[in-house]
Ligand binder design. Sequence first.
Ligand SMILES: *Cc1c(COP(=O)(O)O)cnc(C)c1O
Length: 431
Amino acid sequence: MQYFSTNRKSPHATFKEAVLRGQPDDKGLYFPESIPKLSNEFFADLHESSNEEIAYDVIGPYVGDSIPNERLFEICAETVSFSFPLVAISENIAALELFHGPTLAFKDVGARFMSRCLQHFSLDRSEKTIVLVATSGDTGGAVANGFFGVEGVEVVILYPKDKVSKVQELQLTTLGGNVTTLELHGTFDDCQALAKRAIADADLQKEVFITSANSINVARWLPQQFYYFYALKQWQGEPPVISVPSGNFGNLASGVLANISGLPVARFIAACNANDVVPQFFESGEYKPKASVSTLSNAMDVGDPSNFVRILEIFDQNLTDLKTNLGAVSISDEQTAETMRSVKNDFDYVLDPHGAVAFRALSDYLEKEPSQKGLILETAHPVKFDSVKDIIGEQVAVPDSIKNLFSCEKVSIEIEPEYEALKEILLERSK
Ligand SMILES: *Cc1c(COP(=O)(O)O)cnc(C)c1O
């Protein structure tokens, strides 16, 4: 498979080149030259197929000969080695729970897949790879965990001091080993600016290979298709309406891609919080990025969603086609909190704020289309967000899998938002 740049100025790349580069020089995004169609046998066998077999069949054509088949199968198996249950919430809405991985969020899937690809590609290199990630909470934990213990790779995480939740902070600061965590006296935007500067620093890159592992990398984007097929494997009846809590739109773009490959879906809903650039675009036809605003569903506080161009690319920039397959709505914090309370009271199910945005968007839609049924992607466990307790008025039960986190020691390096401080640490870690 070859990948082209959505800006069409940079040369084509193989899967391996696209993963190592992350982003083409022309600042577009890598996009597959053709979208594979899955066979009738694949769908006929879906209910009997294992999750790793499904993953392997879905991703195989995208990887091509960049990774030998046997190794790719192992990578798939390691990536999806936890459960993806579809749980009924109400009579017409189910949740695909994507929080059973090591850091309790869907980003585990992309991060685990990407880390193993990078490891495979670094086998024939002598120097270390540094993965540098700025995080507002969820991404850093998933990436750190995905790359933890991977040979030849050092992970450096930047997070804003006092601006992530308790569980997120523990996930970021307790791994040790090849993971270094920097606690920055500043905001997430400061973290991101520093990380971008390091990755763009040509002099520094001569001394050490630094990559970002961010959500535009094809190795994080493409494997997110897997669990849409796991949803269908567990679904009964007519094709579902699928509501996806969206920030950078990578998750939704992978679902739409799966749909083009044959996954039966009635319609997608892009469920956004107050950051409504895409819902506004659906109304006006004009795409106007804005500064992001803070909300309860903070992993979706994005003012210029980087992966939305991929959705436009899938639909050949045709707004009519886009609207036939996809709706986009903005849900306020008030509606989010109200939804968390009512779903807890009525169905005894605790949504996290991101899942609640998706639930509200879907239930509003189904009120107008009562003959249909749907599912939401529940993208993170509610225990990760400190706001949940106050909203539903009770403590969220801590899953067994992370109980030991609370007895681990936090280790971080506090730094000022100054480039030289970061650079010094990067050079140190490259040795
Ligand atoms: C990252 C994240 C999202 C948004 O996903 P995108 O692919 O950026 O649209 C939604 N929910 C949670 C919990 C997240 O961590």
